[in-house]
Design a protein around this ligand. Structure first.
Ligand code: ZN
Ligand code: ZN
Ligand code: ZN
Length: 171
């Protein structure tokens, strides 16, 4: 799935000025694309100083930073899972810990490489309003079965709820 298919996220644009702003830290002139990136709002620091500052901030209290990060990703994951229906599209598994985002067409590896490595996939999806046509929620079992065997064994079975011994589904 080429990334151009989804609407591009509007990026903040720095107005062109006659005299360039300078870094608060090392006083170097800030040049777009050279020592600052376009992903942030108006930069106050050059890329080198910004890296130093974020490192210093992290090392002041690593445990708090890690906790903050995991809270952020936990919230992001819950939002993603709610947006994609809260249960495995194949077997109906709804326990948070079992669920993962699946690339319906099976091009996950390619997608991860090109647009969203690692956990950035969730941010990527969030920025695009959780597109449903190419992504779904699957449990790890169904996801792995699909990846390794090209299809989940559940697909050839009747739905779990039709078994007489099936437990009532938790709402
Ligand atoms: Zn600087
Ligand atoms: Zn499943
Ligand atoms: Zn399945």
């Amino acid at each position: 799935m080429p990334s151009g298919v989804y609407p591009r996220v509007k990026k903040w644009k720095r107005p062109d000025r006659a005299t360039p702003d300078v870094c608060y830290g090392c006083k170097v002139a800030l040049v777009r694309g050279q020592n600052w990136t376009t992903s942030k709002d108006a930069p106050k620091y050059c890329r080198v100083c910004a890296n130093e500052r974020s490192k210093a901030y992290y090392y002041r209290n690593p445990a708090a930073q890690i906790a903050k990060r995991s809270r952020y990703y936990g919230k992001l994951r819950r939002e993603a899972y709610a947006a994609y229906g809260g249960r495995c599209a194949c077997c109906g598994e709804s326990r948070f810990e079992f669920l993962t985002i699946d690339h319906i067409k099976g091009d996950g590896a390619e997608h991860r490489k090109t647009v969203a490595p690692g956990s950035r996939i969730l941010q990527w999806l969030q920025q695009r309003g959780w597109p449903k046509e190419d992504f779904q929620l699957l449990c790890w079992n169904c996801n792995c079965a699909k990846g390794i065997r090209g299809g989940c064994p559940h697909e050839s079975e009747p739905a779990l709820t039709s078994f007489p011994w099936a437990l009532p589904q938790v709402a």
